[in-house]
Design a protein around this ligand. Structure first.
Ligand SMILES: C[S@@+](CC[C@H](N)C(=O)[O-])C[C@H]1O[C@@H](n2cnc3c(N)ncnc32)[C@H](O)[C@@H]1O
Length: 333
């Protein structure tokens, strides 16, 4: 499998990447409430921890989406109606769910060109183990941010495109970010292209609470790993034992929220930033939103961005929906 890295092709860009992390940590820890952007979860250890979360029984989203994709893998090619397809996946992770869809297209005599995009190099290596190229399947991994990767993939692509955005990654954005993201996606694609997006649906809150506080403590480790990453990459002096994971549902927002709480009043020095940060006892650092949706929310988002809903694919419990949308554009748009 070919892999192109857009984030640090040169030493200078690698330094720029560290600089950006430092700036984001500085901005986040100076904000009120303190925060660290969720995209920094996925260093090598974070990507492995996320894989463990997805395999745990408490974490229903991955298992449920797997069931949906397994169910639709043979009918999806009929909706697209081509003989060759370029599948571009945003935030592909280890690709184990995507493999189902790719196998479905191959079984239906498609030629498939797969462009997985992920900010994490480690995720790309995990994906490489799950998806092997063959004469009917080319795989070109792109280590990059979503839209830089999409631009690059589209520059290589010549066929009808299907953009995958699975795992309810879209739930990490708030409404305004979502609307901006989807409109940008619509603008990037050609009329007649498709996107398949996974949304976690609103359901009994107890399901959310156990999924985001799994009994093995993988989510706790995943969140605390952000502090380890700051220690490793920015010379931070966080004592991991002095912070605790807290995952809760905010019914006003309709979102799960992840926090780290400082167990005591403390100062933490970060060498790269040449300063200390003060944490009051039980002060939160906000890490992640995971917004939950109604099917009517999904339909509105699609319409506002300029797509047409082709089909909603759901599981038997109605926990999750993978929604297939088609790009419609007036000629000349
Ligand atoms: C929640 S995981 C989901 C993985 C996979 N789509 C799934 O459904 O299992 C999110 C993935 O998106 C990647 N990611 C997060 N933010 C990103 C960004 N801004 N650009 C590219 N990839 C990103 C992470 O590295 C991670 O592999």
């Amino acid at each position: 499998m070919k892999i192109t890295t857009l984030t640090h092709e040169t030493v200078d860009q690698s330094l720029a990447h560290i600089d950006q992390f430092a700036i984001d940590v500085l901005t986040g820890l100076c904000s009120k409430p303190k925060n660290i952007p969720a995209k920094y979860f996925y260093d090598d250890i974070g990507s492995e921890l996320f894989q463990k979360i997805t395999q745990h029984t408490d974490y229903y989203p991955t298992r449920t989406e797997f069931e949906i994709l397994d169910e639709i893998k043979n009918s999806l090619p009929e909706f697209i109606g081509e003989s060759e397809i370029d599948i571009i996946e945003l935030g592909a992770g280890d690709g184990h769910k995507t493999k189902l869809l790719i196998d479905g297209f191959l079984k239906n005599d498609y030629k498939v060109n797969f462009y997985p995009i992920d900010i994490s190099e480690k995720a790309m290596l995990l994906l490489e183990k799950n998806i092997e190229p063959n004469s009917q399947l080319s795989v070109h991994g792109i280590v990059a941010e979503y839209f830089a990767g999409l631009r690059y993939a589209r520059s290589q692509s010549k066929n009808r495109q299907l953009v995958l955005f699975l795992g309810s990654n879209i739930g990490n954005f708030n409404l305004a970010q979502n609307q901006g993201f989807l409109r940008r996606l619509w603008k990037a694609l050609n009329s007649g292209d498709f996107t398949l997006i996974g949304f976690d649906l609103k359901k009994d809150v107890s399901k959310f609470l156990s999924a985001y506080n799994d009994s093995a403590g993988h989510t706790k480790e995943f969140n605390l790993n952000l502090l380890r990453r700051i220690n490793n990459e920015l010379g931070g002096q966080f004592d991991i034992n002095k912070f605790q994971h807290f995952g809760t549902y905010n019914p006003k927002l309709g979102a799960m929220e992840s926090y780290l709480l400082s167990n005591e009043d403390q100062e933490v020095y970060i060498k790269e930033l040449q300063r200390s940060f003060h944490f009051q006892a039980y002060e939160p650092i906000h890490l992640e939103y995971s917004f939950k949706f109604l099917k009517t929310d999904v339909e509105l988002l699609s319409k506002q961005a300029g797509f047409n809903v082709v089909n909603h694919f759901t599981d038997r419990n109605n926990y999750f929906v993978d929604s297939l949308w088609r790009v419609t554009k007036e000629s000349g748009t």
